[in-house]
Design a protein around this ligand. Structure first.
Ligand SMILES: Cc1cc2nc3c(=O)[nH]c(=O)nc-3n(C[C@H](O)[C@H](O)[C@H](O)COP(=O)(O)O)c2cc1C
Length: 197
């Protein structure tokens, strides 16, 4: 057994997300992001299918996406019989502009003769988690979000999704403006048991 790596233990015990709306710059540069994504893709993967991929959204694309998300949000609001306020419109327009870097984690899980789709989806979740850890390890803050537009089929193509794929989420990466807070965590004894016999 190797000796414990106390700095990693400390890092993992204190790891947490920061809300995207509280992040500003800087974010990782292209080389750092490549390293972060290589770290993210080092996950358990039954059958070595790599049933996931990443999409990074550039600045102009993020502006275009914001306009598309806004017009879709307006359509939905009309169907629901309401009108978006100026604040709500601003939120929709800026969804992909909140942080310097936004990366989609895409699940490409498919039916496979030996590897259940469930396991492919779990592997994709591990990728998204590793992406948070990789970003944090580089000194950046990060948050994993889906929001309503991850599930809106009318936006799939604009967001880069191909047929049969799903978004595990969008990982926002940047730097927090304020000290990190903490959130409540489950009590270990509520989620941990031992079966003896
Ligand atoms: C798949 C997934 C989707 C999420 N989508 C959202 C979201 O749309 N909006 C939101 O406020 N939080 C969302 N969250 C929660 C945030 O990631 C939140 O920052 C996180 O739970 C904080 O936990 P941590 O500090 O342990 O990282 C999502 C979490 C997961 C796992």
């Amino acid at each position: 057994m190797e000796s414990p790596n106390n700095s990693v233990i400390n890092f993992m015990r204190n790891r947490r997300s920061v809300p995207a709306k509280l992040m500003v710059g800087p974010g990782p540069d292209s080389d750092q992001l490549r390293t972060i994504l290589e770290i993210a893709s080092r996950v358990p993967d039954h059958g070595k299918l790599a049933p996931w991929r990443f999409i990074r959204y550039g600045k102009q694309k993020s502006i275009n996406i914001g306009e598309k998300i806004l017009s879709r949000a307006k359509e939905i609001a009309i169907v629901e019989g309401r009108v978006l306020s100026e604040d709500e419109m601003e939120i929709e327009r800026n969804r992909f502009l909140r942080t310097p870097v936004v990366v989609a984690v895409v699940s490409c899980a498919q039916l496979h003769p030996k590897i259940p789709q469930w396991e492919q989806i779990l592997s994709c979740g591990a990728v998204a988690m590793n992406l948070l850890i990789g970003a944090n390890a580089h000194g950046y803050d990060a948050q994993w979000l889906t929001e309503w537009y991850a599930y809106d089929e009318a936006l799939n193509t604009e967001l880069g999704l191909k047929t049969g794929e799903r978004f595990a989420g969008f990982v926002h990466i940047g730097t927090r403006q304020n000290p990190k807070g903490e959130r409540s965590r489950p009590e270990l004894d509520d989620i941990y048991s031992t079966l003896e016999n």
